[in-house]
Design a protein around this ligand. Sequence first.
Ligand code: BJ8
Length: 423
Amino acid sequence: MSDYVKMWEDLGMDLETHDALCQVLPTAFGDVYLSQENRPEGMGFWDFVVSEIHGIRPSELIEAQKNGQKVFGTFCVYVPDEVVIAANGIVTGLCGGSQFWVPGGEKVLPKNTCPLIKASVGARLDRTCPFFRIADIYVGENTCDGKKKAYEILAEDVPMHVMDVPQMKRPEDIERWAHEIEIFAGVVEEQTGNKVTVEKLNEAIKIINNKRKALKRVYDARKADKLPISGKDALLMMQIAFFDDPVRCAEMCNKLADELEQRIADGVSVFPEGTKRILLTGTPLAIPNWKLHHIIETSGAAVVCEEMCTGTRYFENLVDEEQTTLEGQYKALAERYMKNNCACFTPNEGRIDDIIRLAKEYKVDGVIDVNLKFCSIYDTEGFFVERALKEAGIPVLGIETDYTDSDAEQLKTRVEAFIEMLG
Ligand code: BJ8
């Protein structure tokens, strides 16, 4: 990635520290990804993206900025990309998934903050991630307490708009969310200098729906008895979907899905027969957090689905494309986004129903409920998740972890024992 040094310099990055990150990533990726056998050829695209992760997409974004486009950095799947795209803006995900950034976050945040928040703040304040430097404005949201307070700190360093996500799903909350989306559209118009029109928003809704459909095709292929793709590879596709151009993302995912469907027809599997099938549920796995997938898939099981924001919550449910007024479109967006089941909502029975449904659809042998350390909302909701799974007769293992490798051995022992227990 050395060709990009000038770009990183211009972005005001801390090159020395960033160099250290660039050195560890290829080894980590090689160990976790390139060691797999019989991967779908289509994964070559995502391998390439990772090999240039701080170069190729950042340079595209900078080029777009030179042409007058604005880049919006987001942290949550409730922020409606459609509105930004309708105003010719670009969205890039900013959630940090590496321990590398955590100490930077700990300089300003309590240590007992979840690693996702610490890494995101550290990546910005330590100036070691180009995406965090490029974004013209960050879009935060009132979801968990840790995030909303962290946004106040980030707002001292970068322009920030925070969306007020309701915490319940009554009809009046959905109305309120539609209004909040309308306010967001005003902010987007002001930033971009472009109007959000019915036609433009309709086009954007279709673009994002197409991306959702393409991601779903890949996930659907994971329902097959013979698995045409590993959980690790599907996770990588999902993680990069947050950064990539949505049209290209849909195109590459559809291409991958074609290959996977062919593999299913040909009876090709990346795992030996009898491999146990695991559903992961819980907090998101931001790039490059591949830890648990790697542990599971080197312990005799396969991850076949993620009920996570880096998983089904990102693509399930489409936005109605038939609305003819902005008011109707904002309502349609609100309805779709409120179908997402984050643990910040109360009650959140929809998530429990989703987990049981997905466990059946993906024919899983067991569920691992994974919680990022210090995320109290998912941790607490784990009580209901685990009780419902036990009642449904589905084996479940609850795990709490962070971005360090210090618990990897211990986790492996627990995961292996769980898989063994599945029979
Ligand atoms: S919709 S899961 S992306 S808020 S893990 S930062 S909740 S303390 S990331 Fe999330 Fe939106 Fe919900 Fe999804 Fe807080 Fe928990 Fe950390 Fe979390």
